[in-house]
Design a protein around this ligand. Structure first.
Ligand code: C2E
Ligand code: MG
Ligand code: MG
Ligand code: MG
Length: 282
């Protein structure tokens, strides 16, 4: 009887797995199409000075304009693309987009807002990442500090030795390295200072619990003071209301990002928004 039950469970389990495998395969096939058919779009979410609300830069966030499903969010395909290796092309697409955009802003926008791209661990570990990165920046004459890379703690851990080397090389190009989703990974504070990190982004999970949780406040305070003492900048992500903004301001944060200020937007909307914070020279 136990054997029968076991068998039943096995079949049931298999049905779920089969469906999941099918869905994943379909997305993989569709992603291959998407890359060819130019279905990806670059959205931008402003990063602001918490005091003045001035836009200092943007994070680029990918959106997939799926032919039948509408806009698909990265949560639904990035992991699949990471497993299949397609993320390498996807991240390159975003790098090129960001550089093209900066190049179009360069002649007229003062000050030039920076763009942060997100890179998965496979992307920075890819054989010719550094060549591609430096060549693309050079081609578009991207100035130092204008095109920064965001990498999560988790991605760093995946390829620690290699990542460390590559990030040092990225820094030689004058661009900045941002540790994304900080506090959620498995990193020990002891190696933080060995990595060439310029900015830490405090994860949304701390921000959303700031009001209820003293622990979240303590952790946020600790991260800010650690970052300060290591000469790193802090960006607080996922600020949704003024209470959260006021708490992080009081804790000493200077930059933030979140729905309170702006949601991710398409490029024309970002350009319109920038008109408020930049002067156009002629
Ligand atoms: P992330 O890099 O941590 O990006 C921040 C995410 O938080 C974005 O989700 C953004 O829309 C969302 N967010 C920002 N402010 C708020 C807020 O106030 N409240 C809430 N609830 N959410 C907020 P999104 O665009 O869905 O991206 C999810 C993740 O997908 C990103 O997390 C990043 O890890 C990944 N991703 C996005 N674009 C790319 C890409 O081009 N390449 C790679 N490798 N990963 C990407
Ligand atoms: Mg990010
Ligand atoms: Mg993040
Ligand atoms: Mg996040």
């Amino acid at each position: 009887q136990a054997k029968q039950q076991g068998k039943g469970c096995f079949v049931f389990h298999h049905q779920i797995t089969d469906q999941h495998v099918k869905d994943t395969l379909i997305i993989e096939q569709e992603l291959a199409e998407a890359i060819k058919a130019d279905q990806f779009e670059c959205y931008l979410q402003p990063i602001v000075n918490l005091d003045t609300q001035a836009v200092v830069g943007f994070e680029t966030l990918i959106r997939w304009a799926h032919p039948s499903k509408g806009v698909v969010s990265p949560a639904d395909f990035i992991e699949i693309a990471e497993k299949s290796g397609q993320i390498i092309d996807i991240d390159r697409f975003m790098l090129v987009k960001a550089c093209e955009l900066l190049a179009s802003w360069l002649p007229s926008m003062q000050p030039l807002p920076y763009l942060n791209i997100n890179l998965s661990s496979n992307s920075i570990a890819a054989e010719d990442f550094l060549n591609f990165f430096t060549a693309t920046l050079k081609k578009h004459r991207i100035p130092p500090g204008a095109l920064n890379i965001e990498i999560t703690e988790r991605a760093l851990i995946n390829h620690l030795g290699k990542a460390n080397f590559i990030l040092h090389e990225v820094k030689k190009t004058g661009q900045r390295v941002i540790l994304d989703d900080f506090g959620t990974g498995y990193s020990s504070l002891s190696y933080l200072h060995q990595l060439p990190i310029d900015v830490v982004k405090i994860d949304r999970s701390f921000v959303s619990t700031l009001e209820q949780s003293e622990t979240s406040q303590s952790i946020t305070t600790a991260i800010i003071s650690l970052a300060n003492s290591l000469n790193m900048e802090v960006v607080v992500e996922g600020i949704e209301d003024t209470v959260q903004r006021d708490i992080v301001l009081a804790l000493g944060a200077r930059y933030g990002q979140g729905f309170l200020f702006h949601k991710p937007m398409d490029i024309p909307s970002a350009v319109k928004l920038l008109a408020r914070y930049t002067t156009k020279s002629t």
